[in-house]
Design a protein around this ligand. Structure first.
Ligand SMILES: Nc1ncnc2c1ncn2[C@@H]1O[C@H](COP(=O)(O)OP(=O)(O)OP(=O)(O)O)[C@@H](O)[C@H]1O
Ligand SMILES: [Mg+2]
Length: 489
């Protein structure tokens, strides 16, 4: 166990860590913070949800001189929501020291960003908007001594590499560069090293690439049964919060509409929505006002929403790295999570590729019948009923209960209460547009053509007011904290 005290951090940073409730370092933090503090270039790879943000954030913040004005540190993230989330974490970590971090991203007011730039020490940006500022000369980067690429492999894939090169060219030669991600394909690592000076590579040794606390399952089903299977699984799992990943924007819209039609609290998020809409959907999800977020890969990377208990791959992802990031939206900071991937018979080879990358066998789950789904719903009601008895707050109901028992059979009464509490799911038929199955051959052909993903600039996270809900309200956040309840199958 390594404490933050033993890393020779400054008093204000230690104070912020204490306020945030961080007690011990995570392994990637223990291994990379000292290197970062020595000014070394670092490539850091560690599983999802293991605190990479603070691993690069702490050295970055330590190097900021708050007496100087202007931008001294730069972090780049692939999506808008992630840029916002990283800036928030940096603002929390840097609060006591007085370091201010500003997210800048497309879709928000350029003029306002330009004014705000003057009063911030660190900028967290998406590549496109940052390049806009560089080209219009509305950002001064000559005093930037530290650059971070969060989700480095994503940023260096074919879709972003030229932008990143252009951005790095606008920075002083003499700088420290930090690259972090949960995945780092060799081809990308080779590109990365050309942008860095003798980087130290830190790969947190783990048997598997995905975290152990995510139970990983797949169901094998024909395309046409996917939607009904999803709703059954949702009824059985009763997730606290769930993310359902779909392959395309249209697919996401259709699945979100279908879930709403069947009475689920769901909304979709993808790159075609306005920035305002994206933020509002994500914020509603974080506050638990919607329970199911249906998303494209725009939500696959970096997002940290602790209550996400289940991830469903409604469509198996095209590349295995994406699988690692998608399922990593659950099981964060030591909590438990579950992932369920839908695999059509022709997509089995794709699942094998994923298992090869992650070095982990994905367990088969039986496709649940509608009776099992109904029993699942009833179990949710039973659990609620038992929980209510445990709370021992029934004084005002007992008189009515006695009266009812005089007139009715006790089993009938309990059954009626359960029926009332069970969400009887409407069986509105939902038909989705057809899609091509993913085949390994297609996936590899696309990879050859366009790099790791279908090019495309994607953007995505914001204030997580509910993030401490699982920390006993005390604020001390032990990294090993396990989530409790709400995770039952
Ligand atoms: N030392 C720590 N102790 C307790 N909680 C921590 C610690 N470090 C980070 N956390 C919390 O763990 C969660 C996950 O951290 P973070 O988002 O940095 O993970 P990550 O490794 O970047 O994951 P991803 O690969 O998905 O981006 C956050 O809520 C963060 O505040
Ligand atoms: Mg991260």
């Amino acid at each position: 166990m390594t404490t933050f005290q033993s890393l020779e951090l400054s008093k204000p940073i230690l104070k912020s860590l204490d306020i945030m409730g961080f007690e011990e370092t995570t392994p990637i933090q223990a291994q990379t913070i000292p290197l970062g503090l020595q000014g070394k270039d670092v490539i850091g790879q560690a599983q999802t949800g293991t605190g990479k943000t603070a691993a690069f954030g702490i050295p970055l913040l330590e190097k900021i001189d708050t007496k100087k004005k202007g931008v001294q540190g730069l972090a780049i993230a692939p999506t808008r929501e992630l840029a916002i989330q990283v800036a928030e974490e940096l603002n929390r970590l840097g609060k006591t020291k007085g370091v201010r971090s500003l997210p800048i991203y497309g879709g928000s007011n350029m003029e306002r960003q330009i004014r705000a730039l003057k009063n911030n020490h660190i900028v967290v940006a998406t590549p496109g908007r940052l390049l806009d500022h560089i080209r219009r000369k509305t950002i001064k980067l000559e005093n930037v001594h530290t650059a971070v690429l969060d989700e480095a492999d994503e940023m260096l894939n074919m879709g972003f590499i030229d932008d990143i090169r252009d951005i790095l060219k606008a920075l002083p030669e003499e700088r420290q560069t930090l690259l972090f991600s949960a995945t780092m394909p060799k081809e990308i690592r080779d590109i990365a090293t050309t942008l860095m000076k003798n980087p130290e590579e830190v790969k947190v040794k783990a048997k598997e690439m995905t975290v152990e606390n995510i139970e990983q399952y797949f169901v094998e089903i024909p395309e046409k049964h996917k939607f009904d299977t999803l709703t059954r699984l949702l009824d059985i799992h009763d997730p606290a919060l769930a993310i359902v990943f779909g392959r395309t924007k249209r697919r996401v819209d259709e699945v979100a509409d279908g879930l709403q039609a069947r009475g689920f609290s769901a909304e979709g998020i993808h790159g075609d929505l306005t920035q305002g809409k994206r933020m509002s959907v994500l914020n509603k999800f974080k506050r638990g006002r919607i329970e199911i977020l249906v998303a494209t890969d725009v939500a696959a990377r970096g997002l940290d929403i602790s209550e996400v208990s289940h991830v469903y791959n409604f469509d198996i992802p095209q590349d295995p790295e994406s699988y690692v990031h998608r399922i990593g939206r659950t099981g964060r900071a030591g909590r438990k999570g579950e992932s369920i991937s839908f695999v059509t018979p022709r997509e089995k080879a794709q699942l094998n590729l994923i298992e090869k990358l992650t070095k982990k066998k994905v367990e088969r789950l039986k496709v649940p019948s509608s009776e099992e789904a109904q029993r699942g719903q009833q179990k949710v009601a039973v659990d609620k009923l038992v929980e209510t008895i445990d709370k021992n707050d029934l004084k005002h109901y007992k008189q009515s209960a006695h009266e009812l028992l005089e007139q009715h059979d006790s089993v009938d009464l309990v059954a009626a209460a359960l029926k009332q509490m069970t969400k009887e799911r409407s069986e509105v038929p939902v038909r989705l547009s057809s899609v091509q199955p993913i085949s390994v051959k297609n996936a590899q052909r696309d990879k050859g053509k366009k790099g790791y993903r279908k090019g495309g600039k994607r953007n995505f996270n914001s204030k997580n007011k509910s993030r401490n809900r699982n920390f006993n309200g005390k604020g001390k956040r032990s990294y090993q904290n396990k989530r409790s309840g709400s995770n039952a199958k």
